[in-house]
Design a protein around this ligand. Structure first.
Ligand code: UGA
Length: 447
């Protein structure tokens, strides 16, 4: 099929590369000239494992073309997908739909009869229907349909997720448009991926409800981890014990420094606003937001407490800055809330992240960026793991204990076995588990 995608951001580009790899003929249109020049030189403007190679493959084969806006590309398309940003508005904190409106106004005059316009961007309830009305106003004679087709890709695993979807959700109003969306995803439908056909608003809400539910799961396990710390219970056992219940499931039960990223914080805020707008309060969603905001402050306090209640003048090595591993994305990263508190308290921060340092340096100007973990750790009074990068699992801990002024590791991602690290000479503080000091090996309960 001929697919035109508006926006070569994260969602647009991954979707464009993935769909062209499936055999569709895809044009991805980007209006930001700087980003476009970058892409046309074959460079992916963000870090995503596998994307660089896939982009090279599909652009060289001609299956994907990345270009500036083109009327012809819109006119040729069986399906136009809108994949522009829907950020939180700076003024009112509501979802800012200006990029959606710009995209709609741009495409509407050039669409061909029989085209489907699908929203890939995460949009509030009713937006896809409003898009239909906007197109109709601009191009009243056109025979077209709209569809809502949310994406569920995770950063850092986006290509895996694209190729192995748990489900595909499509909201449509007409059978012919549904038929086109089925043809688009025929490859997955044939291999048994559930294809959830619903109406427009239901599809839009699936996206928000999924993200809010996952965020709630993370906030929940973080609060249970706090209770473990106060009571002497162990969160690893609790997570395993509940996760084996098939109604709960083992995923998204890793406690951490609080959730971040470009989606959860923005989407749960938008969902709570929809609750207000429709006079249908979402108190659980609101509690999740509050819990997560408090979490990040509590994590800063936890670090200060582990450092003996005072970090003034102390060198703290920070390992990991991105909101999670395998991405360079700093949007709403917990580091952005936690590190300013440590800085204010007088800590000297020496940070290292395998991919996010360029972005982080702008956002955390008071922190020094180290060239690698070893440089950050040298003579440090404490080390803090904020992001679960695989390379931190391979650190030489005995060497690290020797290099640090005081061998204290505060691991906010629970990457290691406490016993193991204590045996290597580290005083190990993790989340929801008893602290461990090296010799004599002793469990310290917070209770
Ligand atoms: C999330 C959803 O998982 C995707 O399905 C969705 O498509 C995407 O948002 C989006 O709306 O675009 P993403 O933001 O890439 O994906 O990251 P997640 O892997 O979901 O993690 C979100 C946050 O929760 C991260 O800060 C992560 O560290 C945290 N988290 C996750 C935990 O602290 N513990 C866990 O067990 C899982």
């Amino acid at each position: 099929m001929k697919i035109t995608i508006i926006g070569a951001g994260y969602v647009g580009l991954v979707t464009a590369a993935g769909l062209s790899d499936l055999g569709h003929s895809v044009q991805c249109l980007e209006s930001n000239l700087e980003k476009l020049a970058h892409l046309q030189n074959g460079a992916v403007p963000f870090y995503e494992p596998g994307m660089q190679d896939l982009l090279a493959k599909v652009t060289q084969s001609g299956a994907l073309q990345v270009a500036g806006f083109s009327k012809q590309a819109v006119a040729d398309a069986d399906i136009v997908m809108i994949a522009v940003g829907t950020p939180t508005g700076a003024k009112d904190g509501k979802v800012d739909l200006q990029y959606i409106h710009q995209a709609v106004d741009q495409i509407a005059p050039h669409l061909s009869g029989g085209a489907v316009v699908a929203t890939k961007s995460t949009v509030p309830l009713g937006t896809t229907r409003q898009i239909a009305a906007r197109i109709k106003k601009i191009n009243p004679q056109l025979n077209f349909a709209v569809a809502s087709n949310p994406e569920f890709l995770r950063e850092g695993q986006a290509l895996y997720d694209f190729r192995n979807p748990d489900r595909i959700v499509v909201g449509c109003e007409t059978e012919w448009a549904r038929e086109k969306m089925r043809a688009l995803y025929a490859h997955f439908i044939k291999s048994g991926v559930p294809f959830v056909e619903v109406d427009l608003e239901t599809s839009e809400l699936v996206k928000y409800a999924a993200n809010a539910f996952l965020a709630a799961k993370v906030a929940f396990i973080n609060e249970i981890a706090d209770l473990c710390e106060s009571s002497g219970a162990d969160i690893a056992g609790v997570a395993r014990g509940i996760g084996l219940d098939s109604r709960i499931g083992p995923k998204f039960l890793n406690p951490g420094p609080g959730f971040g990223g470009s989606c959860f914080p923005k989407d749960i805020l938008a969902l709570s606003q929809m609750g207000e707008e429709y006079d249908s309060p979402l108190s659980i969603v609101e509690a999740v937001m509050e819990s997560n905001a408090a979490r990040k402050q509590n994590m800063a306090r936890k670090i200060i407490t582990a450092c003996g209640g005072d970090v003034k003048g102390k060198k703290i090595a920070v390992l990991g800055l991105a909101f999670k591993a395998e991405t360079d994305d700093m949007r709403d990263a917990p580091s952005l809330d936690i590190l300013p508190v440590l800085h204010q308290a007088g800590a000297k921060l020496h940070c290292y992240d395998p991919k996010a340092m360029a972005a982080a340096a702008q956002l955390l100007p008071f922190a020094a960026m180290a060239k690698d973990s070893a440089a950050a750790l040298q003579d440090a009074d404490a080390a803090v793991i904020l992001t679960e990068w695989a390379e931190f699992k391979d650190l030489d801990f005995a060497q690290m204990a020797r290099a640090m002024r005081s061998p204290l590791l505060i691991d906010l991602r629970n990457l290691f076995s406490p016993e193991d690290l204590a045996s290597k000479g580290l005083h190990y503080v993790s989340v929801g588990r008893p602290d461990m000091v090296p010799e004599p090996k002793k469990r310290i309960s917070h209770g």
